[in-house]
Ligand binder design. Structure first.
Ligand code: FES
Length: 157
């Protein structure tokens, strides 16, 4: 993750893109992949670069659930909601982890800095049931393993 979130670094990232609507989603994805979220300033710069109104850029960005508008938490736990994981007690794993953190899916917590979000199958079903911790697969889970992982994260281990 690039921590140098400023106008120059955003413009450098958007350099290959051309002014029109066709590159809008690519621009938003590039910024989120590099900086972790879309700041207000970044949305304005995208509008300038692609000759689109800020309202248009903001409207498109907020349409998609994948985009974040605040800095992400330190730990993002992706819970796989795909069929192979569900067949192997994915719901039990999800509910156990949510209970440890006292949270809900998609809710960002500050202390610990964590969020459990719903994710789709990534094709590694041989590791089911699984979660992703900051995009790293943690597979062949059981409820008790999931509780241990959640407690460790909660205690900062
Ligand atoms: S269903 Fe979970 S990884 Fe495929």
């Amino acid at each position: 993750m690039n921590n140098n979130y400023n106008k120059d670094s955003i413009l450098k990232l958007l350099d290959p893109l051309t002014p029109d609507n066709a590159d809008l989603l690519e621009a938003l994805h590039l910024i989120q992949e590099n900086f972790g979220y879309l700041s207000k300033e970044a949305l304005e710069i995208v509008g300038e670069k692609l000759s689109l109104s800020v309202a248009h850029v903001y409207g498109s960005a907020t349409y998609y659930a994948d985009f974040r508008f605040e800095p992400p938490p330190e730990t993002i736990i992706g819970w796989c909601s795909g069929p192979a994981c569900l067949l192997k007690n994915g719901i039990g794993i999800r509910d156990a982890m949510l209970a440890v953190f006292g949270t809900e899916l998609g809710q960002q917590l500050d202390n610990p800095s964590v969020e459990i979000s719903m994710a789709q199958c990534n094709g590694t079903c041989e590791q089911s049931p699984q979660i992703w911790i900051n995009e790293k697969v943690v597979g062949k889970l059981s409820v008790s393993k999931a509780i241990t992982i959640a407690r460790d994260i909660k205690e900062g281990k």
